[in-house]
Design a protein around this ligand. Structure first.
Ligand code: PMV
Length: 323
């Protein structure tokens, strides 16, 4: 049996502009997603995910059908797309397999879909003894995610593959490690999981109506990302906090903020955080604050009072690996 785990992710800077080829900084989380793969005798692939368990359906695909798959079934779509992407590259699978996962799972918006896609591809290359670079794992996984979602910058795929903290640009043409030893960060879930795709579409429509203005906003976000990269490496955390505040304002200008995000963001700032912003598409999901040690407790309590949940998750985790 092969067991693989891949990390979840936290977008730090650059959401939305990264969809149009801009840059972002993302860190991997020690909140990990697992794929187990074992050989079975029958000529089929049996797939089990949290959602398939919920609907009590055991999904089975004939080996001959993997490559012909064009319509994915929601509870297993990312595993199906990963299998297809693998077969397009390395040819048909000739052994029966059972693939069992603990994601995707609609929880905190921490990148479970991309992590499961990456872990499935990694499990397959290991099962078939294929020598494959991380770059190739990224390319195969990104293709699978696009196949299911239609639109994605790929930053979450890169985070699951490479781990650590990365600077990501131009749909993965540039992926650089950003060295950090630790990060004074508080992470919280606002209690509202949103559809990333609907927010991408919303911003895209706004960009069509206000092209020059939104392009200008995206240029500014790109400059924030560049400054954040320098200041994260130099551990100038108060500057990183200030940049988080600026980025939060720019995201407000493209309409992805909500009261649910603003309440914990302002609670953090008013209780001594250097800065705070949303993370991801907006509309809810997670926020983070950059906070020094003396203020951490106070900031966490203030965030909790707004109804948000503090997530005790570490950043800069390892990329996909066998476990
Ligand atoms: O909502 P999340 O955490 O999946 O982040 C989405 C970030 C976007 O830039 C809006 C989309 C993307 O693919 O980069």
């Amino acid at each position: 049996m092969i067991r693989v785990s891949a990390p979840g992710k936290l977008m730090l800077f650059g959401e939305h502009s990264v969809v149009y080829g801009g840059s972002c900084i993302v860190t991997s989380l020690d909140h990990r997603y697992v794929v187990e793969l074992k050989e079975i005798r029958n000529e089929k692939i049996v797939i089990e995910t949290p959602e398939s368990r919920l609907v009590k359906i055991l999904y089975e695909i004939k080996l001959s059908q993997v490559l012909n798959n064009t319509k994915y079934e929601r509870p297993i779509s990312f595993v199906q797309a990963a299998l297809k992407s693998f077969c397009l590259q390395y040819g048909p699978i000739k052994k029966g397999l059972r693939i069992s996962t603990n994601g995707p799972i609609a929880s905190y918006g921490l990148g479970s879909s991309s992590a499961i896609t990456v872990a499935t591809i990694y499990a397959l290359v290991n099962a078939f003894g294929i020598n494959c670079s991380k770059r190739e794992i990224f390319d195969l996984s990104y293709r699978a995610v696009i196949d299911v979602q239609g639109e994605s910058s790929g930053f979450d795929v890169a985070s699951a593959v490479f781990g650590g903290t990365i600077y990501y640009k131009n749909h993965g043409k540039i992926i650089e490690n950003v060295q950090i030893s630790s990060m004074p960060i508080v992470l919280a879930f606002t209690g509202n999981k949103v559809s990333t795709i609907s927010y991408i579409q919303y911003v895209s429509a706004l960009k069509n109506r206000q092209r020059h203005i939104i392009n200008g906003v995206f240029d500014l976000i790109d400059q924030v990302v560049y400054q954040a990269k320098i200041n994260i490496v130099e551990q100038n955390w108060w500057v990183v906090g200030e940049l988080a505040n600026i980025c939060q304002g720019l995201l407000d200008s493209i309409g992805v903020n909500t009261m649910q995000i603003l309440a914990p963001v302002y609670a953090a700032r008013e209780n001594g955080a250097w800065g705070a912003k949303l993370s991801g598409a907006g509309g809810g999901d997670c926020i983070f604050a950059i906070v020094d040690k003396p203020h951490r407790h106070q900031v966490e309590n203030a965030i909790k009072k707004t109804g948000a949940e503090i997530l005790a998750i570490n950043v800069d985790a390892d990329g996909v690996k066998l476990i």
